[in-house]
Design a binder for this molecule. Structure first.
Ligand code: CO
Length: 202
């Protein structure tokens, strides 16, 4: 049986490096976490949340799934949002998509394999249908995928903003903003899509 020795070696070296820079780092962090941000991103291995924004363990609360989708009946995602908002009292929720997202690309294919993930991607295909004229007018497949990646982020920002959790938080006067960002695999840079919400939409 392979025991992934290389990963344990990496881990030991990483922990040692952190401790050499701050001997009390793990001791302090083990007693509490107080992140200011919740990150909702894609599960894609090329989009590692903490690294992209240069944050250490303890500074970013993270939820990732295929194509950064927020569904009103997904109790996994909703539980993360609730804990982040009500207990951790994060000040910012960042929905971060990325260009060239495989989930978004698959959602643009008319005939999926009709397997489990097609049900998940159906949420994105619904966004395609609502924006069909705009998207079908884009000639290249990559460009069309990238535009839908942006529209998907905007949709998920709206979905986060429309949860009972955010509505209750805003109603009680809690200061919290929901942002929509997109990441480029080509240059490692983030872009703000300018759809920040900081109050209930009604
Ligand atoms: Co993706």
């Amino acid at each position: 049986m392979r025991l992934l020795k290389n990963l344990f070696e990496n881990n030991a070296a990483w922990a040692e490096k952190i401790k050499s820079e701050d001997p009390r780092f793990f001791e302090t962090l083990s007693t509490q976490q107080a992140p200011d941000y919740l990150w909702i991103g894609c599960a894609d291995s090329r989009v590692p949340a903490n690294e992209i924004v240069g944050l250490m363990p303890g500074e970013l609360f993270v939820h990732r799934n295929v194509a950064n989708v927020v569904v009103h009946t997904d109790f996994n995602c909703l539980s993360v949002i609730q804990y982040a908002v009500e207990v951790l009292k994060v000040e910012h929720i960042i929905v971060c998509g990325h260009y060239g997202c495989g989930g978004v690309r698959a959602a643009l294919q008319p005939d999926g394999n009709l397997c489990l993930i097609d049900n998940w991607l159906r949420h994105i295909r619904d966004i395609y249908h609502r924006n069909r004229d705009l998207l079908d007018a884009i000639p290249g497949d990559d460009e069309r995928t990238d535009r839908l990646c942006e529209l998907n982020v905007m949709e998920q920002v709206a979905n986060v903003s429309n949860t009972t959790i955010l509505n209750a938080a805003w109603k009680s006067g809690q200061k919290i903003a929901v942002h929509g960002w997109i990441y480029s695999l080509h240059n490692g840079l983030l872009r703000d899509l300018g759809v920040t919400a900081d109050q209930a939409r009604g």
